[in-house]
Structures are given as C-alpha cells and as structure tokens.
Design a protein around this ligand. Structure first.
Ligand code: NAD
Length: 356
C-alpha cells in the first residue's frame, strides 16, 4: 500500500485537490489502487496555523511517504511577510529538503482544445513535449546572493552555479525519459556567454555517451524561446537549468491553451516525487468553484506513472479526462465562445463518472 502526503496549500489549492481526492477514492474503491492518504500543511495556511510555511511535522511526514500531492501556495495576504516566512519559501524548502532535482513538465495539447491555444492550430495540434528542468540548483540557490551597498549605491547579486554532478544527474533523467518517448534530447543553455553553461554543455555531451540510442542537440535559450512559439513540435525532450526551465516551461504551457490543464512531477534519485499542477494558487478565482481541477487530477496520473509504477491506472485517469473533454465539458479557462462552462466540483464528478 502506498502512502501519499496530501498538501492542498492555499487559494484554489483546496478546491482542486478535493477533486483529485475524489478520483483517488474512486480508484481505491473500484480498482484496488491501495493508496493511503495523510494530510498536511504548507504555504500561507501553514504559516497561519504554525508560524512556518514549512512546518517540521510536514517535513517529517513527507519523509515517511512514497509521494506528495500538492495543490498550490501563495496569496496576497502573505506578501508583506519577511522572505523566509513567505508561502513560496515553504515550497522551495520542501523541494530542496527532499532533493527533488528533476522537474518534469509535459506540454500536451489535447486535440479537443486546439482552439484554446494562442497559436494557429496547425502549429500546435498534436504537441507532446516534455521539459525537464533542474530544480534545486543554479541561480535560484547559488551563493553569494543579496542586496548590499557598494560604491555608495545599492547592488543586487545572485550567482548561477552548478557542480558537474548536478548537471549529470538531470542529464540522466532527461535521457531516460527520452528513451521512453521519441529518443531526442535538446539541451538548452547560453554557452556562448556563460561559463556555467559551457560546463552544462560539456557534461550533457559526456552523459549522452551512456545513451547511444538517444539523439542529443543543443540550442541557446534565446533561440529556444523563439522556436517554441515558431515550431514547437520539433522538440521531444528539452533539458535545462532552473531559471531557463522556469521561463520556457510557462511559455510551453501556454501553447496548450490553459495553465489549468498541465501537471508536473518533481523527482529525487529514488523516484520519490512531488506532484502538482504547474499553476499557482490563483487568488483571483479562489472559492468561486470555477478553477480547472484537471491539472491536479492529471498530476495523480503522473504520480502513478513515475513513482508508483501503476501505469495502467495512470492511463485510466488520462483516458477519463479525454472522455470528459470529448463529451464537451469545459471549465471557464478552456471554454470556447458559446460553450457553457461547468464548475470545479462538477468537473471532478464528471471525471469520476468517466472512470467508471
Ligand atoms: P497563478 O498560476 O496562480 O494564476 C495565473 C492566472 O491563471 C490567473 O488569472 C488564474 O486565475 C489563472 N489560473 C491558474 N490556475 C488556474 C486553474 N486551475 N483554472 C483556471 N484558471 C487558473 O499565478 P499568479 O497569479 O502569478 O500567482 C498567484 C499566487 O500563486 C502567488 O502568490 C504566486 O507566488 C503563487 N504561485 C504558486 C505556485 C505553486 O504553488 N507552485 C506557482 C506559481 C505561482
């Protein structure tokens, strides 16, 4: 029996996670899923209850579990807190503590939603891209960092740093995923300007020798951004650093029409994973029963595929989402002109009905 820590977090987090839990309950009852759930606190709601956005209890339970299902963190009411107390620090801390270095962000365009993309249908139709982002290193964590006074004026500093071992392990992650897909890895860097990227490129070449069946190419990040909106279907797996991956994966997400459709996984070396939608806590729509829960439901499918080795049930969830889209049900963010949107709760119920 697998043990999963459920962290709904803030904003729409509670509403969308509730829908994913309906799916888990249904699979537990009807498909021998065997998933045991424990609930915990993170983010702003954890700060309000315990004074910390990442309580020790959450960390302790996480270490006893097989995976984590997370909603989202953040909200305006916590923006004035000191930086270490802010909700986002709880999430960054959890990723770092569990050493979740490999962030998988698929960008898949469901054919039923091709019209929701901002790009022409022929450019995006059939898109199935996986961005593999290094998540616990690079400029987001590098030292020195801070704002100081130098030569009589304020001076801001962050440091882009990578050890070769950090690059190699994300490289292996990307190549192994490519082996299960179209066997092509494109590594994104800025090696023409940054030494840290020169090392990135060298190490990717070294890692590629272990995967003769996978083709490796390199692209500069500025060109990658351009190619993603010009001809995104040329890519299979893209692997990149923390900062570049943050930006490019949001760009890729929008190719698919809505941020509300896309799940993500963050894995450590033992395939322990944290699974969450790529979007944030959306305070503008929280509590209104209009958030799209599909990214969170699809995060459960990713958990079954990447951490729990229950691929058949992952397929079942993805098929149920497809069925619901085929039936024409849409939340507001993916509804086309003339569609009647359904709410968060109803979308959860529709997926559960399609599972049966
Ligand atoms: P956001 O992703 O929360 O929202 C961006 C836009 O997308 C909003 O208009 C929102 O209404 C919409 N949206 C997001 N998810 C949706 C869904 N499931 N269904 C329908 N529409 C959806 O980003 P933001 O507004 O920049 O940030 C809000 C808060 O979330 C901030 O506090 C930010 O720090 C936090 N955040 C958290 C995470 C995370 O928990 N992983 C990620 C990004 C942002």
């Amino acid at each position: 029996m697998s043990k999963i820590l459920v962290l709904p977090g803030d904003g729409i987090g509670k509403e969308i996670v509730a829908q994913a839990l309906k799916v888990i309950d249904s699979l537990n009852a009807n498909n021998n899923l065997g998933m045991n759930l424990v609930h915990g606190l993170i983010g702003g709601s954890a700060y309000d209850e315990t004074g910390s956005p990442l309580p020790q209890e959450t960390l302790k339970v996480a270490k006893e579990c097989d995976s984590i299902l997370l909603g989202a963190v953040g909200g305006h009411q916590w923006e004035a807190l000191d930086r270490p107390l802010r909700p986002e620090r709880g999430l960054l801390g959890l990723r770092a503590e569990m050493d979740l270095f490999s962030n998988l962000r698929p960008a898949i365009l469901y054919p039923q939603l091709a019209a929701a993309s901002s790009l022409k249908e022929e450019i995006v139709s059939g898109l199935d891209l996986m961005i593999v982002r290094e998540l616990v290193g690079g400029i987001y964590f590098g030292e020195p960092r801070g704002i100081e006074v130098k030569d009589g004026q304020r001076f801001g500093i962050n440091s882009a740093t990578y050890f070769e071992s950090e690059i190699a392990r994300i490289g292996h992650s990307a190549f192994q995923i490519a082996q299960k897909r179209d066997k092509r890895v494109c590594s994104v860097d800025k090696a023409n300007v940054l030494e840290v990227c020169e090392l990135w490129r060298e190490v990717m070449e070294e890692v590629s020798k272990d995967y003769p069946d996978v083709e490796l190419s390199h692209i500069y990040v500025d060109n990658a951004a351009m190619q993603l909106v010009k001809a995104p279907k040329q890519f299979d797996v893209m692997v990149t650093s923390n900062l570049f991956g943050d930006v490019l994966s949001d760009c890729a997400a929008m190719l698919t029409g809505s941020i509300g459709m896309l799940p993500s996984a963050s894995l450590n070396k033992d395939n322990f994973g944290m699974y969450e939608p790529i979007h944030g806590s959306a305070p503008d729509i929280a509590g209104k029963d209009i958030a799209n829960p599909l990214a969170t439901i699809l995060s459960v499918a990713m958990m079954l595929r990447y951490s729990l080795n229950q691929t058949d049930l992952a397929d079942k969830i993805e098929a149920a989402v497809n069925t619901v889209l085929d039936q024409g049900y849409r939340t507001g963010d993916i509804a086309a002109d003339g569609d009647t949107a359904i709410g968060t709760e109803e979308m959860g119920d529709r997926v559960v009905a399609a599972l049966k």
